[in-house]
Design a protein around this ligand. Structure first.
Ligand code: MF3
Ligand code: CO
Length: 253
């Protein structure tokens, strides 16, 4: 069952998503050479307080693990769910993926982007550009009655010319009171398949794309996913609302 948000829930989602987008926007401006990922995590905590929301990641439980950070910060070959650390220093040329998930008034806003630090390698830059463009191609596929498979296929098609590895072990998701609701939204798939999208559905769409192989490995911390081949990865995410006429991006500052 995919939840349909009532008008009151949509207004709470809107407010949570605006806050999530503002935190991400402000934080992206702090990604400069010399800053530690723990410093960025602490800054995110402060920005959430300033924007009237709280971290939905901090204390998030999966199995026997509890997430210790306030946001996820994934450097270079880290794909998602990296944890800020004082000895991880951002350098010129790095890709820094910031994933900001907040709760406000009982509802979640979820967004992510990969920030390029200064001059990055041309193929890494193109990966970021193409991943963000694939996110928007996926969003543009949405209309009332279109299917999850249409969205997945649109993302996959946008990435095909680049010959990238599309991550399979993590997917986008419905979002609302909980961070992860139905449906799952893979970043590859077949048009015309999967659940129908209807007005009132809120979706977090998040392509995670590797320069090399799609394969990932999990770090010993149980959270950090990195590429198996050590090549860089990019991640862009918006929370969107399916409307009567199409789709609206909610994570806009
Ligand atoms: N956007 C990520 C996701 O949807 C955020 C995870 S927060 C964590 O999975 F606590 F699970 F790390
Ligand atoms: Co998400």
């Amino acid at each position: 069952m995919i939840d349909l948000k009532s008008p009151d829930e949509v207004s709470r989602m809107r407010s949570a998503c605006t806050a999530a987008a503002r935190v991400l926007q402000d934080l992206a401006g702090l990604v400069v050479p010399g800053v530690s990922t723990a410093g960025l995590d602490a800054a995110a905590r402060g920005l959430m307080a300033r924007h009237g929301c709280e971290s939905a990641c901090h204390g998030y439980v999966v199995g026997r693990l509890t997430y210790p950070g306030y946001i996820c910060i994934s450097l270079n070959d880290e794909v998602v769910h990296g944890i800020g650390a004082p000895d991880r220093i951002v350098r010129e040329g790095d890709l820094v993926s910031l994933d900001v998930v907040v709760r406000r008034d009982g509802y979640i806003g979820d967004n992510a982007r990969t920030v390029m630090v200064g001059k990055v390698a041309p193929e890494a830059r193109q990966l970021c550009i193409d991943t963000e463009q694939a996110l928007h191609a996926g969003i543009a596929s949405i209309r009332p009655g279109s299917r999850v498979g249409d969205l997945s296929a649109a993302i996959q098609a946008a990435l095909a010319p680049g010959g990238y590895g599309i991550v399979r072990d993590f997917v986008g998701h419905g979002v609302g009171r909980k961070m992860h609701e139905e449906p799952q939204i893979p970043n590859y798939g077949k048009a015309g398949t999967g659940p129908k999208l209807l007005p009132g559905m809120a979706l977090a769409i998040e392509p995670m794309v590797n320069l090399g192989s799609h394969k990932i490995v999990m770090a010993a911390d149980g959270w950090t996913a990195r590429t198996a081949d050590g090549k860089v990865s990019a991640h862009f995410e918006h929370t969107v609302l399916v409307t009567e006429t199409g789709v609206e991006i909610l994570t806009v500052p």
